[in-house]
Design a protein around this ligand. Structure first.
Ligand code: NOJ
Length: 533
C-alpha cells in the first residue's frame, strides 16, 4: 500500500461503548472490539476510527478527556489497547484515534490546577475572563445551548466552554498547551496508531478579543439552523479564526515525521466552500476535512448531483476528499431516508471519488433508538439528541443482540430481529450483503478507488448517472431516485444491480429506486443517452 493508503481505503467508525461488551458490564470495550476485527475484515473494511477511549468522566461519553494518555477502565487498559492495535495491524487494518483538541474534561489535572487560583501556573492553559457574575463576557453560546461561559465561584472569573460546562476550552494561544497536546499526538503515534479523527477541528481557535457574534438576520439560511439557540447566531467569531491553520500545520509537521502515511481527518462543520477547503492548507494541514455534503443533501438526483459536483469543482488536483452519511452525532441513515434509499446511500458512498466513511451498524440498516440514553442536548432539542444512533451493535437477533452478557448501557434499537449481522450475513438480498459486495467491487476496480469523476447528462431528472475512469478502466453508476421505472441506454455490463434492472437490446429499464453499476470499459466513451422513457 502507498503512503496515501487512505485514498484506496474504506473507513469504519466504531463507537466503542456500543460495539461489543466483552467484560459483561454493559459497556462495549477494547477486548470486545478486538473480538470483532475478523468481522470487519470479512466486511472489507480497511481502517477503523475509534471514538474516544481515553480516561473520562463520560459526561460527553469520552469527548471529555481527563487523561489523554490512558485508557478509561470502562474500555480496558493500555495492555488491552496494545493488544487490540496489534491484532488490527496483523489483519491489515489501520487504526485512527479520536483527538479532542478543543477542550478537556474539568476533571483533567490541567483544569483542576487551572481553576485552583488565578495565579496558578496552569491558569492560562484555559480561557478565563474577568467580569460580573451575572454578565458572561460575550454572547457566545455553547453548541449544547446556554452560554459558552461558566462562572467559577472560587476564583471569581468566567471560563469558556464551547460544549458542556464540564468541557472547558483549552487556550491554544498558550505555547505550553500547544506543546503538551503535540506530546499527546506523539504519544499515540509512537504507540503505533495510523492517524486521527480530529474532533471539532475548526473550533480550536476563536477571536482572541472574544467579540460578540452577530445574530442571524431574517431570511438568513443558517447551516446550524436545526441547532436551537446555537443556530440563532452567525458564528463569525467563535470558530474558524485564521490562527487555526497554524495549529493544523504544526500537527501535520509532526505526523509527517513518522513517514508511514499518518492520516488526519478533521471534523469541520464549515459550509462555506472556501473556508472548508482552507483546512487542507496547501497540502500541509489536515489530510482531509470531513465532507458532510452528502449527509445534509436532500435525497433527489439533482440535490445529490449538486452536492457531489460542488465538492468535485472545489478540490484542487492534489486534494482528496471523503464521503460520509452517518456518525455518532447524526440520525441513522435508515431512519433518515428509509430502507430503499439506504441502499442508494451505500452505493453512493462506495462509488463516488473519495474515501468512504461508514458508521457501525449502518451496514445492517440499524435504526435510531428511542433516545432513552443520556445526552447533553437532553429534551431541550429533542430531534438533535444523539444517543439514539448509539444503540448496541446488532450482531444477532437474541435478546441482547449478541452485544454482551448483561443489560447494555442504552436500550437496544428497533427491529433487531431483521437488522442484525447473523440474519443478513448469508442473505443475498440483504443490505449487509450489498455493502460487502460493494466493498469487494471497489477493491477490485481501480476506477472506483482512484478514477476521475464525471457526471453524465441524464435523460431523466430523477436519475443520476456518473462515470469513474482511470487507466483504461471505466465504471458507470446509474441511480434512479424516482418512483417510476425509466429507460436508459445500456452503458456497460452490470457489475451489480439493486432493485429492478432489465436489459432489452441496447436499452435497460431501471426500476423505481433501483441502481446499476456497469463495467463500461469495453464501451469506450459514454454513449448518448436515450431521452425516451
Ligand atoms: C464533536 C463530537 O463528534 C461530539 O460527539 C462531541 O460531543 C463534541 N465534538 C465535543 O467533543
Amino acid at each position: 500500500m502507498s503512503d496515501r493508503w487512505w485514498r484506496e481505503s474504506v473507513f469504519y467508525q466504531v463507537y466503542p461503548l456500543s460495539f461489543k461488551d466483552h467484560d459483561g458490564n454493559g459497556y462495549g470495550d477494547l477486548k470486545g472490539i478486538e473480538s470483532k476485527l475478523d468481522y470487519l475484515v470479512w466486511l472489507g473494511v480497511d481502517a477503523v476510527w475509534l471514538s474516544p477511549v481515553y480516561q473520562s468522566p463520560m459526561a460527553d461519553w469520552g469527548y471529555d478527556v481527563s487523561d489523554h494518555t490512558d485508557i478509561d477502565r470502562l474500555f480496558g487498559d493500555m495492555g488491552d489497547f496494545d493488544s487490540f492495535l496489534e491484532s488490527a495491524h496483523e489483519r491489515g487494518l489501520k487504526i485512527l484515534m479520536d483527538l479532542v483538541l478543543n477542550h478537556t474534561s474539568d476533571q483533567h489535572p490541567w483544569f483542576v490546577e487551572s481553576r485552583s487560583s488565578q495565579d496558578n501556573p496552569k491558569r492560562d492553559w484555559y480561557v478565563w475572563e474577568s467580569g460580573e457574575k451575572d454578565h458572561p463576557p460575550n454572547n457566545w453560546v455553547s453548541v449544547f445551548s446556554g452560554p459558552a461561559w461558566s462562572w467559577d465561584d472560587t476564583t471569581g472569573q468566567w471560563y469558556r466552554h464551547t460544549y458542556l460546562p464540564v468541557q472547558p476550552d483549552l487556550n491554544w494561544r498558550n505555547p505550553d498547551v500547544v506543546e503538551a497536546m503535540m506530546g499527546v499526538i506523539r504519544f499515540w503515534l509512537d504507540r503505533g496508531v495510523d492517524g486521527f479523527r480530529v474532533d471539532a477541528a475548526h473550533q480550536i481557535m476563536k477571536d482572541p478579543a472574544n467579540r460578540d457574534n452577530p445574530p442571524t438576520p431574517p431570511g438568513f439560511v443558517d447551516p446550524y439552523k436545526e441547532m436551537g439557540e446555537y443556530g440563532r447566531w452567525i458564528h463569525l467569531r467563535d470558530l474558524g479564526h485564521a490562527d487555526v491553520h497554524e495549529i493544523h500545520r504544526q500537527v501535520r509537521k509532526i505526523t509527517e515525521e513518522y513517514e508511514r502515511g499518518i492520516v488526519t481527518v478533521g471534523e469541520i462543520h464549515e459550509f462555506d466552500p472556501a473556508r472548508w477547503l482552507a483546512y487542507f492548507g496547501s497540502g500541509d494541514e489536515l489530510t482531509m476535512p470531513f465532507n458532510y455534503n452528502l449527509m445534509v443533501s436532500d435525497w433527489t438526483a439533482s440535490s445529490v448531483r449538486a452536492a457531489v459536483e460542488t465538492v468535485e469543482a472545489l478540490l484542487p488536483e492534489w486534494a482528496w476528499t471523503n464521503w460520509t452519511m452517518g456518525n455518532h452525532d447524526e440520525v441513522r441513515i435508515a431512519s433518515r431516508l428509509g430502507d430503499s434509499s439506504a441502499r442508494q446511500a451505500a452505493v453512493l458512498l462506495t462509488t463516488l471519488r473519495g474515501t468512504p466513511f461508514l458508521y457501525y451498524g449502518d451496514e445492517v440498516g440499524m435504526l435510531n433508538g428511542s433516545n432513552q440514553g443520556r445526552d447533553p442536548w437532553g429534551d431541550n432539542v429533542a430531534f438533535l439528541s444523539r444517543d439514539g444512533c448509539r444503540t448496541p451493535m446488532q450482531w444477532d437477533g437474541s435478546k441482547l443482540v449478541g452485544f454482551g452478557e448483561s443489560k447494555p448501557w442504552i436500550p437496544i434499537g428497533p427491529e433487531p430481529g431483521k437488522r442484525n449481522v447473523e440474519v443478513q450475513r448469508d442473505d443475498p438480498e440483504s443490505l449487509l450483503t450489498l455493502y460487502r459486495n460493494l466493498l469487494a467491487i471497489r477493491k477490485k476496480r481501480v476506477s472506483l478507488q482512484l478514477g476521475d469523476y464525471q457526471t453524465l447528462e441524464s435523460p431523466h431528472e430523477d436519475v443520476l448517472i456518473y462515470l469513474r475512469s482511470i487507466d483504461g478502466e471505466s465504471t458507470t453508476v446509474a441511480i434512479n431516485f424516482g418512483e417510476e421505472a425509466v429507460q436508459l441506454n445500456r452503458l456497460g455490463d452490470p457489475v451489480i444491480t439493486v432493485g429492478g434492472y432489465e436489459p432489452y437490446d441496447g436499452l435497460v429499464f431501471l426500476g423505481p429506486g433501483a441502481v446499476v453499476i456497469w463495467d463500461s470499459t469495453a464501451y469506450g466513451l459514454p454513449h448518448p443517452l436515450s431521452s425516451s422513457s
